[in-house]
Write a protein that binds this ligand. Sequence first.
Ligand SMILES: Nc1ncnc2c1ncn2[C@@H]1O[C@H](COP(=O)(O)OP(=O)(O)OP(=O)(O)O)[C@@H](O)[C@H]1O
Ligand SMILES: [Mg+2]
Length: 323
Amino acid sequence: MKLLRVENLKKYFPVRQGFFVQKIVAYIKAVDDVSFEVERGKTFGLVGESGCGKTTVGKTIIRLFDPTSGKIVLEGKDIANLKPSELKPYRTKLQIVFQDPMSSLNPRMTVGQMLSEPLLFHGIVKTREEANKVIAELLKEVGLKPHHIDRYPHQFSGGQRQRLAIARAISVRPHLIVLDEPTSALDVSVQAQIINLLQRLQEELNAGYIFISHDLPLVRYMSDEVAVMYLGKIVEKAPRDELFDHPLHPYTKALLAAAPVPDPKKKRDRKNLIGGQVPSPINRPSGCFFHPRCKFRMPICEREYPPTFALDSSHEVACYLYR
Ligand SMILES: Nc1ncnc2c1ncn2[C@@H]1O[C@H](COP(=O)(O)OP(=O)(O)OP(=O)(O)O)[C@@H](O)[C@H]1O
Ligand SMILES: [Mg+2]
């Protein structure tokens, strides 16, 4: 059974206006008809410019947001429309780690209080003593010390705080973890340690990861499959080497061309660089949303949003060049 199957997922945020009577005047289509799958033990990478909807995909899947429509099939069960009370048994299976651990950790709770909460709430342990034993193990597992249990988040470094956020996420033995730029706030040497930790934990838990990052080489390193998002839609999806070595969508090519080139002797792929900015998700261009920035646009691109063309069973692209 597939760990996660996301089908035609939409998340629209209403834009309200008015002082006494608030009226909905528009929708921000943050996620608009997104479909993909994640298997246990595998990593699904999600990339795209700021504001394209990556975090909203993650938060909607773990049901921090109610989806506007679509299916979120977790181990065979569609959880898209479950009420908060019905979601409780699924909360242990789905976890998220954010970029900034300081804002996701409660500053007034000790590590012990913070980590025992989900363990007690979900009945994984019955007593505080039991919880403390599990927490000591968890802290060791993420590279911290058992005596850290009485400390507060501000007494840790950025990297250590991210280890805490990871400890909290894995405490309930999740099957799927959304990693939303988990290392972007950390310096490079600490990043590498956290990445190693995440890889080791993935093997131990056999967890599926959704890995969101702006660091394309890191996404390539971590992921099995990668999807590129633009204005709420997936424009290309492929196994990671295929996507990075044979990108098809002009937007994917542009993203790769804009990424830093590690080898100074290697030339930058200038012909695929693009200018301009991502249009507003409230007022998206007609046809293909990318056409105003695309050098290869054809008349049809201004009129109709392209369907998804499958080049083979694993490589999909939404672009009329591949019709
Ligand atoms: N709670 C919310 N209410 C209203 N609009 C929101 C909300 N969360 C996100 N948005 C909007 O949805 C769109 C997608 O945002 P999202 O945070 O998912 O992008 P992102 O790809 O994660 O960007 P970044 O790379 O900067 O983290 C943006 O236009 C954003 O302003
Ligand atoms: Mg984000």
